[in-house]
Ligand binder design. Sequence first.
Ligand code: EPS
Length: 394
Amino acid sequence: MFRKILFVTAGESHGKGITCIISGFPAGLKVDFELLEKDMYKRRVGYGRGRRATSIEKDKIEILGGVRDGKTLGSPISIWIENKDFAKWKSIMGVYKIDKTLADKRSITVPRPGHVDFAGGVKFLYKDLRNALERASARETVARVAAGAFAKMLLREFGIELKSAVLQVGSIGKEREIPTWEEIQSVDDFSPLRAIDKSEEQKMIELIDKTRKSGDTLGGRVCAIAHGVPIGLGSHTQWNEKLDARIAAAVFSIQAIKAVEIGNGVKGASLRGSEFHDFFKIENGKPRRIRNNAGGIEGGVSNGEDIIVTAYMKPIATLVNPGDSITIPVKEVTKPKYERSDTTAISACATIVEATLALVIADAFIEKIGGDSLQEMKLHYKTTKQLQRNFLES
Ligand code: EPS
């Protein structure tokens, strides 16, 4: 569903590291290394994460190509992120040779319900289901957040900003309405859960503690907002050009996401048209809306209001007290092995959804505005804005 940016990742969770290649970005974009580092940090930590993410991995970004003297070249950007945990997994996950006895001992033959183990294992005929889960692991999201940081750097050049927050953990925050840009902006990026309501955060923390002690896991709901998006990204003219469809597809590709909502889509199903639609008003001679239930997209096209995306994450599939599974080959009902896991990765999920939204918007922006260099894009953008102003004013 990406039309201009090509974005691919490779690497296993306990392999040597994760690679990411992003192409389609213009030349001349200054790389904000601080932003990169901050987003990588936000993804890694967060209350409820396990020992691996919080104390083993460092998620240091190494840029291997596409950048020179701190600026993009317009060529593919190549990124490498080392898996520190590989040091302990070398003899099992090595590329050239593995210790077969040890690998067999750690092999996975009982799939964890909820993870890729069963479907992926049967699909690829993997004797050791580890081959499926290693790649399906959310460790891969390091790459998405790194790529998303580049998208944020580009969008910022055109006055487009993004921010995300946690709305719900388990059932705490279930009633929380989607936030406004002003509300989400006030969220502290370094608070334990980046909860939209500071007053709810302690309750969420207590729930996570209680859940961890009982050997269980949690999911939740996160929201990302893009502010300052111009009118006209995406298109109503073809199904696969619609911006909401492109956002939904990309957000659904994030590990553990089971539902995606744009604006007040869910609530809208039970409202009347007169209650849902975002009626117009004129403010300082400019068209504005009385509310933003559409979440900034009408007919698959951005309408100039904030783009609001909510994603629902299922509870982590690796349980200390697991439910029933089966042995493969199918012989008996038994329990999967527990290795180690996060209790919840909900605040990481907020950062990943934000990065993903940034990538889709950057892709649609490059498609609409075009240009090989940042200077050229800026000129094009000026023209587009001028044409839209002329259209609305005369
Ligand atoms: C993950 C399981 C856990 C998470 C990991 C994703 O890893 P492990 O099984 O090695 O303890 O901590 O996430 C990260 C390491 C990360 O950086 O996001 C999974 O199964 O998806």
